[in-house]
Design a protein around this ligand. Structure first.
Ligand SMILES: NC(=O)c1ccc[n+]([C@@H]2O[C@H](COP(=O)([O-])OP(=O)(O)OC[C@H]3O[C@@H](n4cnc5c(N)ncnc54)[C@H](OP(=O)(O)O)[C@@H]3O)[C@@H](O)[C@H]2O)c1
Length: 252
């Protein structure tokens, strides 16, 4: 058995229908974890599940808007009915709305904060009780380089991701006695659907690439391997912090 084997573990991954979440699902599923895949787009989620199964893994699809309290409560009921426990919770679902603060509607502000931050509270409140008692647990929160630095037009996103890093630290202290680690993964710019408006604009694309010391955008398959390591026994001493995967952006 590989040192990163997750055989016998159940992992719930939000935002698994595409992008970084899909890649994390493939990495954890490939290491033997049984997966509960969560998002709203059934067709895309089924594609992720099919890819996990094609690689020999186990995956079930659960549709939920993670910003909705009733839907997260129903998700808890359905996932526990199917798997009986959760050992790994990956809070990956997220959105961005980019515009000057004076142009934000309250609905847009709330949508970003509810999806990126309040959802993580709802999921942790529901699933932490099902994670205790195993002497092992992992909560991975997709924070961001925007938990550390900012750009214009990102007030809601930066506020939600900075808040998520604070949540990560505080929850790590609460759960350390239970053997459950809580860690942020902070990507820099990755070439996913979230960043299509930036990637497809040649000027902005070039501006971002020139600001990245490694000279390129991140590729989605670089994130799953970090998630896999953080879920391993070897990473049990890493908690209450985040790991930047930003091509050196924040080092400048
Ligand atoms: N890409 C980057 O450069 C970057 C950088 C820093 C941080 N991050 C963070 O990494 C995470 C993944 O980003 P990504 O680039 O992979 O984004 P993406 O390609 O846009 O995917 C976002 C995922 O979140 C799901 N989602 C969004 N709102 C949801 C909701 N209300 N309920 C349930 N699922 C929801 C989407 O699924 P459905 O639409 O099917 O529901 C989708 O699976 C996000 O938290 C993001 O903030 C990304």
């Amino acid at each position: 058995m590989s040192e990163h084997s997750l055989a016998g573990r159940v992992a719930l991954i939000t935002g698994a229908s595409r992008g970084l979440g899909k890649n994390i699902a493939l990495a954890l599923g490939g290491a033997g974890a049984e997966l509960a895949l969560v998002a709203r787009d059934k067709e895309k989620l089924d594609e992720t599940a099919a890819a996990v199964r094609a690689a020999g893994g186990t995956a079930e699809v659960f549709l939920a808007d993670v910003s909705s309290e009733p839907q997260v409560l129903e998700l808890e009921r359905a996932v526990i009915a199917r798997f009986g426990k959760v050992n790994i919770l990956v809070n990956n679902a997220g959105i961005n709305v980019r515009k000057p603060v004076v142009e934000f509607t309250l609905e847009e502000w709330r949508r970003v904060v509810d999806t990126n931050l309040t959802s993580v509270f709802l999921l942790c409140r529901s699933f932490v009780p099902h994670m205790k008692g195993y002497g092992y647990g992992r909560i991975l929160n997709l924070t961001s380089m925007m938990s550390h630095v900012a750009l214009p037009g990102r007030t809601a996103y930066a506020a939600s991701k900075t808040g998520l890093l604070g949540f990560t630290r505080a929850l790590a202290l609460e759960l350390a006695p239970d053997g459950i680690t809580v860690v942020g993964i902070s990507p820099g710019p990755y070439a996913t659907e979230m960043n299509l408006p930036l990637i497809q604009n040649p000027e902005i694309n070039q501006e971002f690439t020139s600001k990245l010391p490694v000279g390129r955008w991140g590729q989605v398959d670089e994130v799953g391997q970090l998630a896999l390591y953080l879920c391993s026994e070897a990473a049990g001493f890493i908690t209450g912090t985040d790991i930047l995967m930003d091509g050196g952006w924040c080092a400048q």
